[in-house]
Design a protein around this ligand. Sequence first.
Ligand code: FAD
Length: 318
Amino acid sequence: MKVVELLRNDGTPNVSYEIVPPKRGGSVSEILEIIEHLMEFEPPFIDVTSHSAQIYYEEQQDGSWRRHIKRKRPGTLGLCAAIKGRFGIETVPHLLCKGFTREESEDALIELNYLGIQNVMALRGDDSGFQKPVHGDRTRNEYAIDLVRQISAMNSGHFLEELIDAAPTNFCVGVAGYPEKHFEAPNIKWDVMNLKNKIEAGAEYVTSQMFFDNTSFFEFEAACRKAGITAPIIPGLKVLTSKKQLQSLPARFHIQIPEDLASEVAEAKDHEVPEIGVKWAIRQCDELLSRGFSNLHFYIIQTPHHASAVVKSLRKLA
Ligand code: FAD
């Protein structure tokens, strides 16, 4: 089923999750254990992130530098197929522009089509050290909208090369939205306009970047509706679990941690932080649910236990 068919608006929590593939060479069993744990909460779908190859340089004994290209966390497509096959649940592989040619994206989409995976999240990806594609380079997608266009074309039976027997694909495409604006966008209006363009190019729903202050999400949603975006917008949430995240989350994701939460965490003992984070997330979800946002999306980086503590509590409240 498509993600848009799995969304609900009946006031009861409908919680999906995003997980990260293991590091290269890591065991898949840990991830499958996480999903096993989450199955208790009947998630409508699971997103699996994608990680483009990174370029790094290693100094050699003779003082020269050797260039390496390495994909730290491969396996998004295989993991999606494994989860879907084992648990019978829909999965959403993330596909990136950065680090992939349009031909490689087409190949990945063909694989997914054969695997019966109908949902994808189209993203630009962040800087991987590769040169930015030259404007007009048709071998690579520059912005997420270019990937959305490529998938929409495949859904109409148009592949990169005109194929006589091409069977149209039937992908439901999700895209990213930023309640606190994407860090490169000069202002929220510009960012929302680019989001609207992604929807008009064929994306069917939006998943938001994580946020800790619901006001930013409500304002973003209102700005999207004002701009004419009618597609569902799923709030993305994360449970803050360590003091370190007061710095690392804003630095990595360009988001703000509200003062109240930051000072409570800063004053607490390390072992008290997860409980503070869980309580904060419950309050966020409670308010989102009361404002009609039944579909919630949790980012899970290492352990599912904090997100499930939130979901358990919401179920009791429902
Ligand atoms: P775009 O929609 O292309 O937007 C990027 C920036 O360019 C924005 O500022 C936008 O306003 C601007 N822009 C868009 N179109 C144009 C245009 N035509 N001309 C000029 N400016 C334009 N990253 C990963 O590497 N792997 C993942 O699995 C992953 N999953 C994510 C899931 C979610 C829900 C979210 C919110 C983010 C995720 N990211 C992931 C991070 C994402 O790749 C980065 O935030 C990236 O910097 C932007 O991606 P995008 O798809 O939003 O880009």
